[in-house]
Design a protein around this ligand. Structure first.
Ligand code: PLP
Length: 451
């Protein structure tokens, strides 16, 4: 770290118990964690409890939480309406889960079909990963074609085809106009690489050209309408993707696991952009803080899973023991109840803007080429002159400055995951925002002084 300012040492000095538990955890869990994304060096904060916008670690440090479990906790930790809904559901049901269908599945499906323009039929899953995996299989089954297209740098969960070209190096990725499929996990087969067409995000001309060239074997195009929660689609680009997929009869899938409830209004990125895909995927917030996901879309496409009308040799298999779990749906319903109240989105937008604008003013004042960017209640901090328009631009952000900033914040009671976007919640107070801004000011001042 730059001369005299060592935020990692500061972080270590106040997180001794996390270090102890990390040492114990790594004896049993590879890397001490139960998902690669949860690790950051030297070891992550180990959580003890949380409430509203705050989280406490094992050492008793109080953090303002902007990780919020990578996004789902839009109402903060343990929101009373969510907790109460789950408690009541468990009491009313007399069980944790039934097995046969129950009313809440239909009630939630009716609600989601009302909220999202593309949705006519719904199937529930237990995660965002499962939602995109099943959605893509549905597309392949419906179109009877085996290849799918995805955009470089877009994340759809951690399974084989979704990981293709997630984080390729510049050397392996090929020219941006014709990106190469790159395996981003060991264990990816050659067949998987061949079954994925990689596309350049926010590059309409080359995307359209590649779609035309591969139209005969593509079942679907899947995309994050807002890449990693902070890089927006250029509206002209998105329009071109929609028009071309429609013309070529390729299914357009919006992965709205991240964006569905985190734009500035209800209805997801498809409502914000006024572009309706054929199929969409949900996760995170739809489970109100419990494991959940769903894929939704046009009736004719979704019907390919229909066991009531289709013989088993002419349908797509979709299953899952815990799909549509009643307590999970109750938590999701309670969350959407709060989100549907007229002042929720405007209030959340006002809080997030104050924080984002405060950071941007500060970066300018302190002379850093840095930006807090992203729509709705998610944003990323990038140390660069301009926001990225694609994954390739992100490769040129200043990772060292971001690292100093992140650990400086972590060591002063601001919880985030290093190098990941930040999420806000309805329970964030004006005092929390003031505290965050003054901590950021202190960290940037130290970073500047140490240069
Ligand atoms: C856009 C997007 N799709 C899919 C997923 C996978 O969701 P899950 O982690 O619930 O499997 C994520 C997770 O971060 C995501 O951001």
């Amino acid at each position: 770290m730059a001369g005299g300012f060592d935020p990692i040492a500061e972080y270590k000095a106040r997180t001794g118990k996390s270090a102890e538990w990390f040492a114990r955890a790594r004896e049993h869990l590879p890397g001490g964690v139960t998902g690669n994304v949860k690790f950051y060096p030297p070891y992550p904060v180990f959580a003890k409890r949380a409430s509203g916008a705050h989280l406490w670690d094992l050492d008793g440090n109080d953090y303002i939480d902007y990780m919020l479990c990578f996004g789902p906790l839009i109402l903060g930790h343990g929101h009373p309406r969510v907790v109460e809904a789950v408690r009541k559901q468990l009491e009313r049901d007399g069980t944790t889960i039934f097995g046969p269908p129950h009313e809440l599945e239909t009630v939630m499906a009716e609600r989601l079909n009302r909220i999202f323009p593309c949705a006519e039929r719904v199937r529930f899953t237990n995660s965002g990963l499962e939602a995109t995996l099943h959605a893509l299989r549905v597309c392949r089954g419906f179109k009877r074609k085996n290849r799918i297209a995805k955009f470089e740098g877009h994340y759809h969960g951690c399974y084989d085809e979704a990981l293709v070209s997630l984080t390729p190096s510049e050397e392996t990725a090929g020219p941006y106009a014709a990106p190469q499929p790159v395996a981003c996990s060991l264990g990816t087969s050659e067949y998987t690489l061949q079954s994925v067409q990689v596309l350049p995000f926010n590059d309409a001309e080359d995307t359209v050209r590649l779609l035309r060239a591969h139209k005969d074997d593509l079942a679907a195009v899947i995309m994050e309408p807002v890449q990693r929660g902070f890089i927006e689609s250029n509206p002209e680009f998105l329009k071109a993707v929609r028009e071309t997929t429609e013309e070529l009869d390729i299914i357009l899938v919006f992965d709205e696991v991240m964006s569905a409830f985190r734009m500035d209004r209800l209805g997801g990125a498809q409502t914000m952009y006024g572009i309706t895909p054929d199929v969409m995927c949900l996760g995170k917030i739809v489970g109100g803080g419990f494991p959940a996901g769903a894929f939704l879309g046009r009736e004719d496409i979704m019907d390919v899973v229909n066991p009531a009308t289709r013989p088993k040799d002419n349908r797509v298999f979709h299953g899952g023991t815990f799909n549509g779990h009643p307590s999970v749906l109750a938590a999701g319903m309670a969350t959407i109840d709060v989100l549907e109240e007229p002042d929720t989105y405007p209030r959340l937008a006002a809080k997030t803007s104050r924080l984002r604008n405060g950071l941007n003013d500060m970066f300018r004042r302190q002379g850093f080429e840095a930006l807090a960017v992203g729509p709705g209640s998610t944003f990323n901090v990038v140390f660069a002159r301009e926001c990225a328009r694609s994954y390739r631009d992100c490769m040129h952000f200043d990772a060292n400055l971001r690292k100093e900033f992140d650990y400086g914040l972590l060591a002063r009671g601001i919880h985030l995951h290093p190098d990941k976007p930040l999420y806000t919640c309805t329970e964030l107070t004006d005092d929390d925002i003031d505290t965050t801004l003054s901590v950021a000011e202190e960290v940037l001042t130290k970073m500047r002084a140490a240069r």
